[in-house]
Write a protein that binds this ligand. Sequence first.
Ligand code: FES
Ligand code: FES
Length: 164
Amino acid sequence: MEDKKILRFLCNGKEEMVLVRPDDRLLDVLRTGLGLTGTKEGCGIGECGACTVLLDGRAVNACLVPACLVEGRQVMTIEGLSEDPRLHPLQEAFIRHHALQCGFCTPGLLMSAEALLREKPHPTRREVQQAIAGNLCRCTGYEQVIAAILEVAEENGGAAAAPL
Ligand code: FES
Ligand code: FES
């Protein structure tokens, strides 16, 4: 279609070129254009956080980002988090703490946690809570998720001592 344009950006460290329509969202480009289905679509309106990815290192809802805005920028999805065959420390901690059940929210939670730990390697519990406030989970109740993230922060050299 003549209104499609070529979008170029870095995804998980790899240069990608995808044909996009003007109304495509980053989420469409990732899931349909690149087949990176680890990023989930829940609500599609920025409420659930299931589609969270990193854009230039910051957590964003891919369902709210027009694809054209990522031209020349860096995106990281859940597929880029682990170094195959090794899981990322956050993924290992989520498993150790049983921080997932159905797992639909998990990629988004992990990406929010990764964005937090990049910015603040030693967050307080409150900062962890705030970082994942936009990620809705219907299964786990969040305590295990918070414990997993704090454990990784501790492995980074010690979480902030204040419990709240
Ligand atoms: S699918 Fe993007 S926030 Fe819910
Ligand atoms: S583990 Fe099921 S929604 Fe979070």
